[in-house]
Design a protein around this ligand. Structure first.
Ligand SMILES: Nc1ncnc2c1ncn2[C@@H]1O[C@H](COP(=O)(O)OP(=O)(O)OP(=O)(O)O)[C@@H](O)[C@H]1O
Ligand SMILES: [Mg+2]
Length: 240
């Protein structure tokens, strides 16, 4: 198992007394972008929380670099930068202040030029950076949350709906950024509802339905996963 950055091994997890994941197995190789698709309540966020070691498996394991995440939470967390589904940043603080504050909570120090470079990468308007976030649009807030995850400089990124609230151009920019990160060796596991974006950026896509992994799509060599096939499987019908 050691060769995989992340692996779910027959993972079953309960939320609120019911199985939210049932016998889920998949692997994410180092330097790969793996996208998890599925409808609301399918178990996508539960899968990410399992790799953070925050949920005790009912059966099976979520492994980070071959080690049980749940049994080695501190080790797992050192390898991972996590973008939560609803990232909370403080409205009375600027983007720069929020980032410095949350990095310091994580025990990470980055200088102003590194923070500016991250905000540049996510294309947050320079004029907004020192302004309080209370009047930021949803997309601007999401860009700051993505920049914060990047600044952790962890080898593994777990991103829960990173493109939620972004416009199509910002989504394209984000996908290019994720592709660059993977080429430079980062491993990315991202949850998304964006089938098109997932096919643009992922080398593999896993489809969750009611807690079960019902399909895995592989990109062909030098090609992309077929959007129509994934969309059809997502919608539960044959590709036309
Ligand atoms: N804190 C909780 N307590 C009880 N049940 C929960 C809790 N969180 C999630 N669940 C249940 O676990 C299942 C999986 O939830 P999960 O959040 O993983 O879904 P998801 O695929 O991320 O959905 P979405 O697209 O809506 O974010 C759902 O049935 C949900 O109701
Ligand atoms: Mg979710």
């Amino acid at each position: 198992m050691g060769e995989f950055a992340l692996s779910a091994d027959r993972l079953s997890v309960k939320r609120g007394g019911l199985l939210a994941l049932r016998d889920v197995s998949f692997e994410v190789r180092a330097g790969e972008v793996f996208a998890l698709l599925g409808g609301n309540g399918a178990g996508k966020s539960t899968t990410l929380l399992s790799f953070l070691g925050l949920l005790k498996p009912e059966a099976g394991e979520a492994r980070v670099l071959g080690q049980s995440a749940h049994e080695n939470v501190a080790d797992a967390r050192k390898q991972i930068a996590y973008l939560p589904e609803a990232a909370t940043l403080y409205p009375h603080m600027s983007a720069e202040e929020n980032i410095s504050y949350f990095l310091s909570l994580a025990g990470v120090r980055r200088d102003k030029s590194a923070i500016n470079a991250a905000l540049e990468r996510v294309a947050l308007q320079p004029a907004a950076r020192a302004q309080r976030m209370e009047r930021y649009s949803k997309g601007m807030r999401q860009k700051v949350a993505i920049a914060l995850a990047l600044l952790r400089e962890a080898p593994i990124l777990l991103l829960d709906e990173p493109t939620s609230g972004l416009d199509p151009i910002a989504i394209d920019d984000f996908n290019i950024l994720i592709g660059d990160l993977a080429r430079s060796g980062s491993t990315v596991l991202m949850v998304t509802h964006d089938v098109y974006g997932a096919c643009q950026v992922a080398s593999r896509i896993g489809l969750l339905r009611a807690g079960e992994l019902v399909g895995v799509f592989d990109a062909p060599a030098d090609g992309r996963i077929d959007t129509d096939a994934v969309h059809a499987a997502f919608a539960g019908r044959a590709a036309s």
